[in-house]
Design a binder for this molecule. Structure first.
Ligand SMILES: [Zn+2]
Length: 491
């Protein structure tokens, strides 16, 4: 009798086990860069988590047949400005499950988190913005952050003026630091610094901002001070400045888009990063696979001297909406306007980009916003161009740059990142399933919002947001990643 009860119990336990997964990804080529797993496996998810990865078959309420498809951790984009629905949609088709505003940071962290909550297709988060804190302290605060497809890039960059170009007094620096501390308490993942957008910030002001990050054990993400080879003020000096600030303060440092700041000196800049890392400094970097940049034309990046530094002329600036190449007169009009207009900046070469992307130090991050194809195409483009065509990366190496490396960077900000960027039992069920034969970008400078092709399924916190190649309407399982300030009761 006892034996019978036991076998009945076992039977029912087996029956429960057979039905226990919310979703099963069956028979895909499962790739996880951390252990180097590359094998046909079945994955079972429950309550937003990966609970089982096995060779034997699993059953679930929904079974997705993934034979012939690659199953990888969802891509993590550390550098995404466009946070509105249209950008999120193209990010999803590009395989991205987390897209963070880290370069500059949203001007008001609490407001950003409130705007995004319950409305986000993919996971989100932000740094504390030095540029916004500075503008506030100078009495020229940024306009309210708006997530609106018609507005293009949210206004995170101050217009060039006294608040960007003048040095701050010691009192003002203390106030900027306090604002950053408050923003960290509101949930910021670090300090964002667009030094080139606040050229009035002295070397000491930069170090003082790194000090705030260091005292909270958080990283600084930075767009560096300058580009080009003219000394003083070269790209090499710019790398030295932030490596120096990291060495002096102990704050981890992430240099954003090394391709677009260092341009023709990118390989030398990567050698500086490698040298600093060899001396034990915690310094990382990223790049996107395009020859043009894009930014706000009324920002301080276009203060006098930009043509000489970049070695380009007015005609290398192009308006994304119309394809208009600028003239001196048109440039002056737009640079002096208080209306923020994005402009494409053609200043790099394909040879440099092709040398930067495969470098083992380089993570992939898009710097995405409407108007530039990097918003929609960055990840699929790396897979199609560098794994597929040029074969300068293996698929596993490319995935590492898109998943594990950014997740490990984020671990400096939040322990929640340990569950991201991996396909492991206990990890978050943020998963991309794509056809390796088909995956490629479709976005161009003429049609920058064309979604990539090849992503068949995308899971965000266990929910399918792309199912059989189509967006599932009204699924908003994107959640905030927040820093330790908020966890500590700062908010
Ligand atoms: Zn930038």
């Amino acid at each position: 009798m006892r034996k019978l009860i036991l076998s009945l119990l076992l039977l029912s336990a087996t029956a429960v086990a057979a039905q226990q997964y919310d979703l099963v990804l069956e028979g895909g080529r499962v790739m996880d860069p951390e252990p180097g797993l590359d094998a046909v496996r079945n994955i079972g998810t429950r309550n937003g988590k990966i609970v089982r990865i096995a060779a034997e078959s699993l059953s679930g309420r929904r079974v997705v047949h993934a034979a012939g498809l690659v199953v990888a951790p969802g891509f993590i984009d550390l550098h995404q400005h466009g946070q509105e629905a249209a950008s999120q949609r193209v990010k999803a088709f590009d395989g991205v499950t987390t897209a963070l505003e880290m370069e500059i940071g949203a001007p008001d962290v609490a407001q950003f988190l409130e705007l995004k909550e319950g409305h986000s297709l993919i996971h989100y988060g932000t740094t504390a913005s030095h540029a916004a804190a500075r503008a506030l302290v100078f009495g020229a605060p940024l306009p309210p952050y708006v997530i609106d497809p018609r507005a293009g890039i949210p206004e995170i960059l101050p217009k060039s003026g006294p608040a960007t170009n003048q040095p701050a007094t010691p009192e003002q620096i203390a106030h900027i630091q306090q604002r950053l501390r408050d923003e960290i308490d509101a949930g910021a993942l670090g300090v964002g610094m667009g030094i080139q957008y606040t050229p009035g910030a002295t070397r000491l002001e930069v170090i003082d901002m790194f000090r705030v990050a260091a005292e909270r054990r958080l990283p600084v993400y930075t767009h560096m001070r300058s580009f080009g080879r003219i000394e003083p003020g070269s790209d090499i000096e710019s790398v030295e400045e932030v490596i120096g600030a990291a060495a002096i303060t102990g704050a981890p440092l992430h240099i954003v888009h090394i391709n677009s700041t260092c341009l023709l000196d990118s390989i030398e800049c990567l050698a500086l990063v490698a040298g600093a890392r060899a001396r034990g400094l915690d310094i990382t970097t990223e790049a996107y696979p395009y020859i043009a940049g894009m930014t706000a034309i009324n920002s301080a990046l276009f203060n006098p001297g930009w043509r000489e530094k970049l070695g380009i002329d007015y005609g290398n600036l192009v308006l994304p909406e119309t394809g208009e190449h600028l003239t001196k007169e048109r440039f002056e009009e737009l640079h002096n306007s208080s209306v923020q207009q994005s402009v494409l900046v053609f200043a790099n070469t394909q040879e440099v980009v092709d040398a930067v992307i495969p470098n083992p130090l380089v993570m992939i991050a898009s710097d995405g916003a409407p108007g530039h194809p990097r918003n929609a195409g960055t990840y699929a483009r790396v897979l199609a161009q560098y794994v597929g065509e040029k074969k300068s990366l293996t698929l596993m190496e490319a995935l590492r740059k898109m998943t594990l490396m950014p997740a490990q960077m984020l671990e400096r900000s939040t322990p929640a990142a340990r569950r991201k960027g991996r396909l492991q039992e206990g990890a978050d069920a943020d998963i991309v399933v794509f056809d390796p034969q088909i995956i490629s970008d479709r976005a161009t400078f003429e049609k920058p919002m064309e979604p990539s092709v090849g992503v068949r399924y995308l899971l965000v916190a266990g929910a399918l947001v792309i199912d059989e190649g189509k967006i599932v309407p009204d699924v908003f399982t994107g959640r905030a990643l927040v820093g330790p300030g908020r966890d500590a009761g700062g908010h």
